[in-house]
Write a protein that binds this ligand. Structure first.
Ligand SMILES: *Cc1c(COP(=O)(O)O)cnc(C)c1O
Length: 385
């Protein structure tokens, strides 16, 4: 595909072509487990659907195009993608990551991979001196998440990849929160981008999926080997739905960002709110970096209440009706969640407090509904607490 096409065109056309036998504009859902062979080993490029499926390939091609990668491997979930990537490590290897990490990643690191002899450090990745202090001969990966979840801190991708590239360290960016619409980490020097396609890419809260995008041959070969050897693949129907979702990524993200900006300001002016976390504010510590590495400031807004306790937060959340109380994010519908009792429940209290995660913290995934309805909904919830 023409390299000069703009991102909003690529979301629809990147590395896509009509299906060969019928000319179908959208790839069919190839609901098959196996493929007929003319003679043993003589086939049309597909043998068994754990290894390849044309619907999955169409999704992988589109995602690779959006992240400016040579290749992409799709997985059954974001965590399955991370699991595959972490299996490239060996006992004794070390990973440096952020202390404000997605709870599921933290659980995978500490409860699945640590027992196999892999060591994880959770540090403040905004501080390159702290990063340097943790790098040693065993460091194999630096795992970045930006904006972070749920505190929406910004990590300077370029400053970290400048350090890792001069050493034999793989830099990984979990780009789930930003989506490639807002940020393309490979262009900022990262080696690997990981996605939970469940979120903004799928965009409709109807699938679970994951992906790894990279231009490193050894990494993509290893990922393809693992999909074949371990089999954490997404089914063709889910691949199709993800493809369909991605086609509208640009318009959804644009509206989501606009609504989030409006809501962040609304919350900041509300007397019951203690603090609003939103990288679009000029006084947000990561604002300048966000301006450099992101196209806009995203659809996520977190805030804490003046009454900083779990009960007040719960009361607030049970009184919204357009915002649905649910885990996850990135769909067309606005969601509200309480990290401490929901997504971040598996992080120990001491660790949580250390990273500044307050008891009353509420996280919003701002959808694409009418902004007036969203604000009225929040206003009503404030009146109820
Ligand atoms: C949801 C999420 C994941 C995990 O993805 P699943 O598709 O739920 O397995 C990983 N990272 C981030 C930042 C997420 O929000």
């Amino acid at each position: 595909m023409n390299k000069t096409l703009k991102f909003n065109t690529l979301t629809i056309h990147a590395r896509q072509k009509p299906e060969e036998t019928s000319g179908a504009v959208m790839p069919p859902i190839f609901q098959t487990s196996t493929y007929a062979q003319e003679a043993p080993g003589v086939n049309k490029g597909h043998e068994y659907a754990r290894v390849t499926n044309p619907t999955r390939t169409a999704l992988e091609d589109l995602l690779a195009g959006l992240e400016d990668a040579t290749d992409c491997a799709a997985f059954a979930s974001g965590l399955a993608a991370m699991d595959a990537l972490l299996k490239m490590l060996r006992p004794g290897d070390e990973v440096i990551s952020t202390n404000d990490l997605y709870g599921g990643s933290y659980r995978l690191f500490t409860q699945v991979f640590e027992p196999y002899g892999i060591k994880f450090h959770f540090i403040n990745l905004s501080d390159t001196a702290e990063l340097m202090a943790h790098i040693n001969d065993n460091t194999k990966m630096v795992w970045i998440e930006t904006p972070t979840n749920p505190l929406l801190s910004i990590i300077d991708i370029r400053s970290i990849t400048d350090i890792t590239r001069r050493r034999d360290i793989i830099s990984v960016v979990d780009n789930t929160f930003a989506s490639p619409y807002l940020q393309q980490p490979l262009k900022l020097g990262a080696d690997v981008v990981i996605h939970s396609t469940t979120k903004y890419l799928g965009g409709h809260s109807d699938i679970i999926g994951g992906a790894i995008c990279t231009s490193h041959r050894d990494v993509i070969d290893n990922m393809r080997f693992q999909t074949k050897a371990s089999g954490a693949i997404p089914g063709p129907m889910d691949c199709y739905l993800t493809l369909r979702g991605i086609k509208t990524l640009a318009v959804r993200m644009q509206r989501s960002c606009e609504n989030a900006r409006d809501i962040a300001h609304f919350l900041r002016n509300h007397p019951d709110v203690a603090k609003v976390f939103y990288p679009g504010f000029e006084d947000h510590p990561g604002h300048e970096i966000a301006q450099q590495q992101m196209r806009d400031f995203g659809g996520m807004v977190s805030f804490s209440l003046k009454n900083d306790d779990v009960e007040t937060a719960k009361k607030f959340m049970s009184n919204t009706s357009v915002f649905t109380l649910a885990e996850s994010l990135g769909g067309v519908e606005s969601l509200i969640s309480h990290p401490v009792s929901m997504t971040h429940g598996s992080i120990p209290v001491e660790v949580r407090r250390k990273s500044g995660l307050q008891d009353s913290l509420i996280r919003l995934s701002v959808g694409i509904e009418d902004i007036d309805d969203l604000k009225t909904d929040l206003d009503n919830a404030f009146k109820a607490i």
